[in-house]
Unconditional design. Structure first.
Length: 115
């Protein structure tokens, strides 16, 4: 049972990236799947989540209107579409899947926004 993130990279301000979080060994459909980001100075913050059972989602104010979380049930994958990226979006992005006693984290994918 694991999560694997991908899709990070170095981009210029204003660019877009799509991150992927693929689960193996378990089914995402009953989990709350979240994206967090982490930097040395700000620590870890929740960016967004999607609730597999209720279908609702949440976005931090800092990314609202720019980031979109979505899921592909067939591929057992959750995506984070990031648009209009800013230098302050630079961070290690981590995926989390939570369902009561089960709590999985991926290793993260680095996003760097710089001109």
């Amino acid at each position: 049972e694991q999560l694997v993130e991908s899709g990070g990279g170095l981009v210029q301000p204003g660019a877009s990236l799509r991150l992927s979080c693929q689960a193996s060994g378990f089914n995402f459909s009953h989990y709350v799947v979240s994206w967090y980001r982490e930097t040395p100075d700000k620590g870890r913050e929740m960016v967004t989540f999607i609730n597999g059972l209720q279908g609702n989602d949440y976005y931090a104010d800092s990314v609202k209107g720019r980031f979109i979380i979505s899921r592909d049930y067939l591929k057992n994958t959750v995506y984070l579409q990031m648009n209009s990226l800013k230098p302050e979006d630079t961070a290690m992005y981590l995926c989390n899947a939570y369902a009561g006693a089960k709590d999985f984290w991926g290793q993260g994918t680095q996003v760097t926004v710089s001109s």
